[in-house]
Write a protein that binds this ligand. Structure first.
Ligand SMILES: [Zn+2]
Length: 446
Protein backbone atom coordinates (compact mmCIF):
# COMPACT_ATOMS: atom_id res chain seq x y z
CA UNK A 1 0.00 0.00 0.00
CA UNK A 2 1.24 3.53 -0.75
CA UNK A 3 -1.38 5.51 1.10
CA UNK A 4 -4.13 4.76 3.61
CA UNK A 5 -6.74 7.43 4.38
CA UNK A 6 -8.94 7.05 7.44
CA UNK A 7 -11.99 9.30 7.21
CA UNK A 8 -14.87 9.51 9.65
CA UNK A 9 -16.83 11.04 6.81
CA UNK A 10 -16.39 9.85 3.21
CA UNK A 11 -18.78 9.91 0.25
CA UNK A 12 -18.93 6.31 -0.87
CA UNK A 13 -21.65 4.64 -2.91
CA UNK A 14 -23.92 7.69 -2.60
CA UNK A 15 -23.74 7.79 1.23
CA UNK A 16 -21.62 9.64 3.75
CA UNK A 17 -19.96 6.93 5.85
CA UNK A 18 -16.82 6.37 7.93
CA UNK A 19 -14.25 4.46 5.90
CA UNK A 20 -10.64 3.53 5.37
CA UNK A 21 -9.46 3.93 1.80
CA UNK A 22 -6.30 2.14 0.66
CA UNK A 23 -4.34 3.20 -2.39
CA UNK A 24 -1.66 1.41 -4.35
CA UNK A 25 -0.01 2.50 -7.63
CA UNK A 26 -2.45 5.38 -8.00
CA UNK A 27 -5.58 3.25 -7.70
CA UNK A 28 -8.01 2.63 -4.89
CA UNK A 29 -7.52 -1.02 -3.95
CA UNK A 30 -9.79 -1.29 -0.91
CA UNK A 31 -12.54 0.59 0.89
CA UNK A 32 -13.03 -0.89 4.37
CA UNK A 33 -14.87 -0.09 7.58
CA UNK A 34 -13.28 2.76 9.48
CA UNK A 35 -12.69 0.68 12.61
CA UNK A 36 -11.18 -2.34 10.94
CA UNK A 37 -7.68 -3.23 12.14
CA UNK A 38 -5.11 -1.67 9.88
CA UNK A 39 -2.24 -3.52 8.33
CA UNK A 40 -0.81 -0.64 6.34
CA UNK A 41 2.39 -2.49 5.42
CA UNK A 42 4.53 0.61 5.63
CA UNK A 43 2.07 2.93 3.92
CA UNK A 44 1.64 6.52 4.97
CA UNK A 45 -1.56 6.81 7.06
CA UNK A 46 -3.59 9.99 6.76
CA UNK A 47 -6.19 10.46 9.47
CA UNK A 48 -8.84 13.06 8.59
CA UNK A 49 -10.63 15.26 11.14
CA UNK A 50 -14.34 14.76 11.59
CA UNK A 51 -15.14 18.27 10.32
CA UNK A 52 -13.96 17.37 6.80
CA UNK A 53 -15.37 15.01 4.19
CA UNK A 54 -13.39 12.81 1.80
CA UNK A 55 -14.91 13.27 -1.65
CA UNK A 56 -14.08 11.74 -5.01
CA UNK A 57 -12.23 14.40 -7.01
CA UNK A 58 -14.71 16.47 -9.00
CA UNK A 59 -14.98 15.89 -12.76
CA UNK A 60 -15.76 18.98 -14.84
CA UNK A 61 -16.80 17.95 -18.34
CA UNK A 62 -17.33 21.51 -19.61
CA UNK A 63 -14.22 23.71 -19.57
CA UNK A 64 -12.98 26.07 -22.28
CA UNK A 65 -9.20 26.22 -22.34
CA UNK A 66 -8.17 28.64 -25.04
CA UNK A 67 -4.73 27.29 -25.85
CA UNK A 68 -3.43 27.26 -28.55
CA UNK A 69 -4.40 30.56 -30.09
CA UNK A 70 -5.75 32.50 -27.12
CA UNK A 71 -3.40 31.45 -24.32
CA UNK A 72 -3.78 34.93 -22.85
CA UNK A 73 -7.46 34.12 -22.18
CA UNK A 74 -6.72 30.82 -20.44
CA UNK A 75 -4.02 28.18 -20.75
CA UNK A 76 -3.67 24.56 -19.63
CA UNK A 77 -1.25 25.27 -16.77
CA UNK A 78 -3.40 27.95 -15.12
CA UNK A 79 -6.75 26.30 -15.75
CA UNK A 80 -5.64 22.97 -14.32
CA UNK A 81 -4.05 24.72 -11.32
CA UNK A 82 -7.41 26.44 -10.73
CA UNK A 83 -9.19 23.11 -11.10
CA UNK A 84 -6.94 21.43 -8.54
CA UNK A 85 -7.46 24.30 -6.09
CA UNK A 86 -11.19 23.83 -6.59
CA UNK A 87 -11.22 20.08 -5.87
CA UNK A 88 -11.49 19.11 -9.55
CA UNK A 89 -9.14 16.29 -10.57
CA UNK A 90 -10.40 15.67 -14.11
CA UNK A 91 -11.63 18.11 -16.72
CA UNK A 92 -12.69 17.84 -20.33
CA UNK A 93 -11.76 20.64 -22.72
CA UNK A 94 -14.35 22.10 -25.09
CA UNK A 95 -13.46 22.21 -28.80
CA UNK A 96 -14.29 25.91 -29.35
CA UNK A 97 -12.52 29.21 -28.47
CA UNK A 98 -8.98 28.08 -29.13
CA UNK A 99 -7.30 28.53 -32.54
CA UNK A 100 -7.71 26.21 -34.27
CA UNK A 101 -10.99 24.88 -32.90
CA UNK A 102 -10.79 21.13 -32.28
CA UNK A 103 -12.54 20.19 -35.52
CA UNK A 104 -9.75 18.13 -37.07
CA UNK A 105 -7.20 15.56 -35.96
CA UNK A 106 -4.45 18.14 -36.60
CA UNK A 107 -6.18 20.56 -34.23
CA UNK A 108 -6.53 17.85 -31.58
CA UNK A 109 -2.82 17.14 -31.94
CA UNK A 110 -2.09 20.86 -31.53
CA UNK A 111 -4.18 20.90 -28.31
CA UNK A 112 -2.49 17.82 -26.94
CA UNK A 113 0.95 19.20 -27.79
CA UNK A 114 0.46 22.44 -25.84
CA UNK A 115 -1.25 20.59 -22.96
CA UNK A 116 1.40 17.87 -22.58
CA UNK A 117 3.47 18.25 -19.44
CA UNK A 118 1.57 21.35 -18.30
CA UNK A 119 -1.54 19.87 -16.65
CA UNK A 120 -2.02 19.56 -12.90
CA UNK A 121 -5.15 17.40 -13.27
CA UNK A 122 -6.17 14.80 -15.85
CA UNK A 123 -7.52 16.31 -19.07
CA UNK A 124 -9.68 14.84 -21.82
CA UNK A 125 -10.93 16.45 -25.01
CA UNK A 126 -14.26 16.80 -26.78
CA UNK A 127 -14.16 17.03 -30.57
CA UNK A 128 -16.09 19.65 -32.53
CA UNK A 129 -18.74 18.70 -35.06
CA UNK A 130 -19.41 21.35 -37.72
CA UNK A 131 -21.27 21.22 -41.07
CA UNK A 132 -19.57 18.69 -43.36
CA UNK A 133 -17.63 17.29 -40.41
CA UNK A 134 -18.94 13.75 -40.18
CA UNK A 135 -15.94 12.03 -41.76
CA UNK A 136 -13.61 14.13 -39.66
CA UNK A 137 -15.63 13.12 -36.59
CA UNK A 138 -14.91 9.46 -37.27
CA UNK A 139 -11.18 10.28 -37.45
CA UNK A 140 -11.35 12.33 -34.23
CA UNK A 141 -13.16 9.45 -32.56
CA UNK A 142 -10.37 7.09 -33.58
CA UNK A 143 -7.86 9.66 -32.30
CA UNK A 144 -9.41 9.42 -28.84
CA UNK A 145 -11.81 12.33 -28.23
CA UNK A 146 -14.42 11.47 -25.58
CA UNK A 147 -17.39 12.60 -27.69
CA UNK A 148 -18.55 15.61 -29.72
CA UNK A 149 -19.95 19.09 -29.29
CA UNK A 150 -22.04 21.08 -31.75
CA UNK A 151 -23.96 24.35 -31.87
CA UNK A 152 -27.43 25.12 -33.24
CA UNK A 153 -26.84 28.89 -33.17
CA UNK A 154 -23.88 31.17 -33.88
CA UNK A 155 -21.03 30.10 -31.59
CA UNK A 156 -19.27 33.44 -31.89
CA UNK A 157 -16.26 31.62 -33.35
CA UNK A 158 -15.96 31.90 -37.15
CA UNK A 159 -14.35 28.44 -37.40
CA UNK A 160 -17.17 26.75 -35.49
CA UNK A 161 -20.42 27.23 -37.47
CA UNK A 162 -23.68 25.71 -36.23
CA UNK A 163 -25.44 22.63 -37.60
CA UNK A 164 -28.78 23.01 -39.41
CA UNK A 165 -31.72 20.90 -38.12
CA UNK A 166 -31.07 18.36 -40.91
CA UNK A 167 -27.36 18.47 -40.19
CA UNK A 168 -28.09 17.68 -36.55
CA UNK A 169 -30.03 14.55 -37.46
CA UNK A 170 -27.35 13.46 -39.92
CA UNK A 171 -24.63 14.02 -37.31
CA UNK A 172 -26.51 12.01 -34.69
CA UNK A 173 -27.05 9.16 -37.10
CA UNK A 174 -23.29 9.01 -37.71
CA UNK A 175 -22.43 9.26 -34.01
CA UNK A 176 -24.87 6.51 -33.17
CA UNK A 177 -22.81 4.27 -35.46
CA UNK A 178 -19.65 5.29 -33.62
CA UNK A 179 -21.30 4.93 -30.22
CA UNK A 180 -20.30 8.52 -29.35
CA UNK A 181 -22.33 11.11 -27.44
CA UNK A 182 -23.24 14.49 -28.98
CA UNK A 183 -23.17 17.51 -26.67
CA UNK A 184 -25.40 20.26 -27.99
CA UNK A 185 -25.41 23.98 -27.27
CA UNK A 186 -29.19 24.18 -27.34
CA UNK A 187 -30.14 27.67 -28.51
CA UNK A 188 -32.07 27.93 -31.78
CA UNK A 189 -30.80 30.28 -34.49
CA UNK A 190 -34.28 30.63 -36.00
CA UNK A 191 -35.80 31.53 -32.64
CA UNK A 192 -33.05 34.06 -31.78
CA UNK A 193 -33.79 35.83 -35.09
CA UNK A 194 -37.38 36.51 -33.96
CA UNK A 195 -36.29 38.69 -31.04
CA UNK A 196 -34.58 42.10 -31.02
CA UNK A 197 -30.81 41.78 -30.62
CA UNK A 198 -29.29 42.94 -27.33
CA UNK A 199 -27.94 46.50 -27.38
CA UNK A 200 -26.49 48.64 -24.64
CA UNK A 201 -26.21 48.08 -20.91
CA UNK A 202 -29.77 46.94 -20.10
CA UNK A 203 -29.75 43.44 -18.62
CA UNK A 204 -33.51 43.17 -19.18
CA UNK A 205 -32.88 43.88 -22.86
CA UNK A 206 -30.24 41.16 -23.01
CA UNK A 207 -32.68 38.72 -21.43
CA UNK A 208 -35.40 39.64 -23.96
CA UNK A 209 -33.00 38.90 -26.82
CA UNK A 210 -32.74 35.25 -25.70
CA UNK A 211 -36.04 34.31 -24.07
CA UNK A 212 -36.87 30.76 -22.90
CA UNK A 213 -38.35 29.87 -26.33
CA UNK A 214 -34.80 30.02 -27.77
CA UNK A 215 -33.82 27.08 -25.57
CA UNK A 216 -37.15 25.27 -25.79
CA UNK A 217 -37.04 25.17 -29.60
CA UNK A 218 -33.48 23.86 -29.65
CA UNK A 219 -34.10 21.26 -26.92
CA UNK A 220 -37.14 20.04 -28.87
CA UNK A 221 -34.99 19.71 -32.01
CA UNK A 222 -32.32 17.74 -30.13
CA UNK A 223 -34.94 15.41 -28.68
CA UNK A 224 -36.49 14.85 -32.12
CA UNK A 225 -33.09 14.01 -33.62
CA UNK A 226 -32.21 11.69 -30.73
CA UNK A 227 -35.59 10.01 -31.04
CA UNK A 228 -35.38 9.27 -34.77
CA UNK A 229 -31.72 8.23 -34.75
CA UNK A 230 -31.47 6.44 -31.39
CA UNK A 231 -28.27 8.40 -30.71
CA UNK A 232 -27.17 9.67 -27.32
CA UNK A 233 -27.53 13.45 -26.89
CA UNK A 234 -26.57 15.74 -24.03
CA UNK A 235 -27.87 19.29 -23.57
CA UNK A 236 -25.10 21.54 -22.25
CA UNK A 237 -25.63 24.50 -19.90
CA UNK A 238 -29.42 24.48 -19.68
CA UNK A 239 -30.65 27.80 -18.30
CA UNK A 240 -34.38 27.81 -18.99
CA UNK A 241 -36.36 25.54 -16.66
CA UNK A 242 -39.25 25.67 -19.15
CA UNK A 243 -37.37 23.05 -21.20
CA UNK A 244 -37.31 20.54 -18.31
CA UNK A 245 -40.75 18.99 -19.02
CA UNK A 246 -39.64 18.30 -22.62
CA UNK A 247 -36.57 16.45 -21.39
CA UNK A 248 -38.49 14.54 -18.71
CA UNK A 249 -41.14 13.43 -21.22
CA UNK A 250 -38.53 12.35 -23.78
CA UNK A 251 -36.76 10.24 -21.19
CA UNK A 252 -40.00 8.58 -20.19
CA UNK A 253 -40.27 7.59 -23.86
CA UNK A 254 -36.79 6.08 -23.75
CA UNK A 255 -35.05 8.83 -25.74
CA UNK A 256 -31.36 8.90 -24.82
CA UNK A 257 -31.00 12.51 -23.69
CA UNK A 258 -29.26 13.93 -20.63
CA UNK A 259 -28.77 17.53 -19.50
CA UNK A 260 -26.52 19.71 -17.40
CA UNK A 261 -26.73 23.10 -15.78
CA UNK A 262 -24.05 25.36 -14.29
CA UNK A 263 -23.16 27.11 -11.02
CA UNK A 264 -24.19 30.55 -12.36
CA UNK A 265 -27.71 29.41 -13.24
CA UNK A 266 -28.05 27.80 -9.79
CA UNK A 267 -26.70 30.71 -7.74
CA UNK A 268 -27.36 34.01 -9.53
CA UNK A 269 -30.60 35.69 -10.60
CA UNK A 270 -31.50 38.27 -13.25
CA UNK A 271 -33.22 40.52 -10.69
CA UNK A 272 -29.87 41.08 -8.96
CA UNK A 273 -27.77 41.81 -12.05
CA UNK A 274 -27.01 45.53 -12.43
CA UNK A 275 -27.23 47.11 -15.86
CA UNK A 276 -23.83 47.23 -17.55
CA UNK A 277 -22.47 44.36 -15.41
CA UNK A 278 -21.17 42.34 -18.34
CA UNK A 279 -19.27 39.95 -16.04
CA UNK A 280 -22.70 38.27 -15.81
CA UNK A 281 -23.06 37.92 -19.60
CA UNK A 282 -23.33 34.36 -20.83
CA UNK A 283 -25.44 32.46 -23.38
CA UNK A 284 -28.02 31.26 -22.62
CA UNK A 285 -28.50 34.06 -20.08
CA UNK A 286 -28.98 33.89 -16.31
CA UNK A 287 -32.74 34.13 -15.77
CA UNK A 288 -35.01 35.10 -12.87
CA UNK A 289 -34.90 33.66 -9.34
CA UNK A 290 -38.12 31.67 -9.88
CA UNK A 291 -36.49 29.94 -12.87
CA UNK A 292 -33.40 29.21 -10.77
CA UNK A 293 -35.54 27.44 -8.16
CA UNK A 294 -37.11 25.30 -10.88
CA UNK A 295 -33.63 24.26 -11.99
CA UNK A 296 -32.99 23.06 -8.42
CA UNK A 297 -36.23 21.08 -8.63
CA UNK A 298 -35.03 19.62 -11.93
CA UNK A 299 -31.84 18.42 -10.26
CA UNK A 300 -33.80 16.91 -7.37
CA UNK A 301 -36.12 15.15 -9.82
CA UNK A 302 -33.18 13.81 -11.83
CA UNK A 303 -34.24 15.60 -15.04
CA UNK A 304 -30.98 17.52 -14.83
CA UNK A 305 -28.17 14.99 -14.52
CA UNK A 306 -25.13 17.01 -13.70
CA UNK A 307 -23.54 20.35 -12.86
CA UNK A 308 -20.40 21.61 -14.60
CA UNK A 309 -18.68 24.98 -14.65
CA UNK A 310 -18.79 25.98 -18.34
CA UNK A 311 -15.64 27.92 -17.44
CA UNK A 312 -15.51 30.25 -20.44
CA UNK A 313 -12.84 32.95 -20.21
CA UNK A 314 -11.90 35.72 -22.63
CA UNK A 315 -9.50 38.66 -22.78
CA UNK A 316 -10.67 41.28 -20.27
CA UNK A 317 -11.39 43.89 -22.95
CA UNK A 318 -13.84 41.56 -24.72
CA UNK A 319 -16.18 41.90 -21.75
CA UNK A 320 -16.54 45.62 -22.67
CA UNK A 321 -16.90 46.50 -19.03
CA UNK A 322 -16.20 50.17 -19.95
CA UNK A 323 -19.35 50.53 -22.05
CA UNK A 324 -21.30 47.76 -20.28
CA UNK A 325 -22.80 46.84 -23.65
CA UNK A 326 -24.47 43.42 -23.50
CA UNK A 327 -24.75 43.48 -27.29
CA UNK A 328 -20.98 43.28 -27.76
CA UNK A 329 -19.74 41.72 -24.50
CA UNK A 330 -18.24 38.22 -24.58
CA UNK A 331 -20.67 35.63 -23.30
CA UNK A 332 -19.00 33.42 -20.74
CA UNK A 333 -18.34 33.13 -17.02
CA UNK A 334 -15.16 31.81 -15.44
CA UNK A 335 -15.79 29.72 -12.33
CA UNK A 336 -13.56 26.65 -12.52
CA UNK A 337 -11.93 27.13 -9.12
CA UNK A 338 -15.21 28.11 -7.43
CA UNK A 339 -17.71 25.68 -8.92
CA UNK A 340 -17.81 23.23 -6.01
CA UNK A 341 -18.10 25.86 -3.23
CA UNK A 342 -20.75 27.80 -5.21
CA UNK A 343 -22.92 24.73 -5.73
CA UNK A 344 -22.37 23.48 -2.18
CA UNK A 345 -23.26 26.91 -0.71
CA UNK A 346 -26.58 26.86 -2.56
CA UNK A 347 -27.26 23.15 -1.93
CA UNK A 348 -26.60 23.50 1.80
CA UNK A 349 -29.02 26.43 1.99
CA UNK A 350 -31.70 24.16 0.50
CA UNK A 351 -30.95 21.21 2.80
CA UNK A 352 -29.40 19.10 0.02
CA UNK A 353 -26.60 16.79 1.17
CA UNK A 354 -23.04 16.73 -0.11
CA UNK A 355 -23.63 13.21 -1.47
CA UNK A 356 -25.96 14.69 -4.11
CA UNK A 357 -23.43 17.38 -5.02
CA UNK A 358 -20.76 14.69 -5.49
CA UNK A 359 -23.13 12.74 -7.73
CA UNK A 360 -23.83 15.81 -9.91
CA UNK A 361 -20.25 17.09 -10.06
CA UNK A 362 -18.18 13.91 -10.11
CA UNK A 363 -19.94 10.61 -10.79
CA UNK A 364 -22.31 11.79 -13.53
CA UNK A 365 -19.83 13.95 -15.52
CA UNK A 366 -17.39 11.00 -15.45
CA UNK A 367 -20.13 8.79 -16.85
CA UNK A 368 -21.01 11.35 -19.55
CA UNK A 369 -17.38 11.50 -20.65
CA UNK A 370 -17.03 7.70 -20.58
CA UNK A 371 -14.28 7.69 -17.95
CA UNK A 372 -14.76 4.42 -16.07
CA UNK A 373 -11.95 5.01 -13.54
CA UNK A 374 -13.18 8.45 -12.45
CA UNK A 375 -15.93 9.89 -10.26
CA UNK A 376 -16.23 7.47 -7.35
CA UNK A 377 -14.38 6.24 -4.31
CA UNK A 378 -14.43 2.52 -4.94
CA UNK A 379 -11.93 -0.28 -5.57
CA UNK A 380 -10.49 -0.13 -9.07
CA UNK A 381 -11.07 3.61 -9.45
CA UNK A 382 -8.25 6.13 -9.73
CA UNK A 383 -7.29 7.54 -6.32
CA UNK A 384 -8.47 11.05 -7.26
CA UNK A 385 -9.62 12.46 -3.95
CA UNK A 386 -10.51 15.75 -2.31
CA UNK A 387 -10.62 16.73 1.36
CA UNK A 388 -13.49 19.18 1.69
CA UNK A 389 -14.41 21.26 4.71
CA UNK A 390 -18.15 21.86 4.24
CA UNK A 391 -18.72 24.11 7.26
CA UNK A 392 -15.82 26.47 6.62
CA UNK A 393 -16.44 29.74 4.77
CA UNK A 394 -14.32 32.09 2.68
CA UNK A 395 -14.77 35.28 0.71
CA UNK A 396 -13.92 35.19 -2.99
CA UNK A 397 -10.92 37.39 -3.74
CA UNK A 398 -9.85 37.73 -7.34
CA UNK A 399 -6.18 37.56 -6.34
CA UNK A 400 -6.72 34.03 -4.95
CA UNK A 401 -7.98 32.68 -8.29
CA UNK A 402 -5.62 30.90 -10.64
CA UNK A 403 -7.80 31.86 -13.64
CA UNK A 404 -5.79 33.85 -16.17
CA UNK A 405 -8.42 36.60 -16.36
CA UNK A 406 -9.57 38.32 -13.19
CA UNK A 407 -13.17 39.11 -14.17
CA UNK A 408 -15.75 37.27 -12.07
CA UNK A 409 -19.31 37.93 -10.91
CA UNK A 410 -18.44 36.12 -7.67
CA UNK A 411 -15.88 38.64 -6.32
CA UNK A 412 -16.69 39.47 -2.70
CA UNK A 413 -19.16 36.59 -2.30
CA UNK A 414 -19.01 34.58 0.89
CA UNK A 415 -19.05 30.85 0.11
CA UNK A 416 -19.23 27.67 2.15
CA UNK A 417 -16.80 24.84 1.52
CA UNK A 418 -13.01 24.98 1.56
CA UNK A 419 -10.91 22.52 -0.42
CA UNK A 420 -8.10 21.49 1.91
CA UNK A 421 -6.22 18.92 -0.12
CA UNK A 422 -6.43 17.08 -3.44
CA UNK A 423 -4.80 13.85 -4.57
CA UNK A 424 -4.42 12.86 -8.20
CA UNK A 425 -3.89 9.11 -8.62
CA UNK A 426 -2.76 8.86 -5.02
CA UNK A 427 -0.33 11.77 -5.05
CA UNK A 428 -0.78 15.22 -3.56
CA UNK A 429 -1.21 17.71 -6.36
CA UNK A 430 1.99 19.74 -6.38
CA UNK A 431 1.78 23.16 -8.09
CA UNK A 432 5.47 22.86 -9.03
CA UNK A 433 5.15 19.47 -10.74
CA UNK A 434 2.30 19.04 -13.20
CA UNK A 435 1.42 15.32 -13.10
CA UNK A 436 -1.87 15.36 -14.99
CA UNK A 437 -2.35 12.93 -17.85
CA UNK A 438 -4.02 13.47 -21.17
CA UNK A 439 -6.97 11.10 -21.35
CA UNK A 440 -8.19 9.37 -24.45
CA UNK A 441 -11.32 7.37 -25.08
CA UNK A 442 -10.83 3.75 -24.21
CA UNK A 443 -11.05 1.36 -27.08
CA UNK A 444 -14.58 0.13 -27.50
CA UNK A 445 -15.29 -1.65 -24.21
CA UNK A 446 -17.93 -3.96 -25.70
ZN1 LIG B 1 -19.38 26.22 -22.99
Amino acid sequence: MDLVIRARRAVIGGCEVPATVSVRDGRIVAVRPYDEDLHPGGAEITELDDDVVLLPGMVDSHVHINEPGHAEWEGFAGATRAAAAGGITTLVDMPVDSVPATVSVEALTAKRTVAAGRCHVDVGFWGGLIPGGIEVAAALHRAGVLGFKCFLADSGAPDFPPLSPDGLTEAMRALRELGAVLLVHAESDAEIAKHPAARGPSYAGFLRSRPPQVEEAAVAAVIDAARVTGARAHIVHLSSATALPLIAAARRDGVRVTAETCPHYLSLAAEQIPDGATEYACCPPIREAANRERLWSGLAAGTLDLVVSDHSPCAAELKHRDTGDFGTAWGGISSLQLALPIVWTEARRRGIPLTEVARWMSERPARLAGLPAKGRIAPGYDADLCVFSPGETFTVRVEDLHHRQPITPYAGRRLHGVIQRTWLRGRDIDPAHPAGRLLTRLEDPS
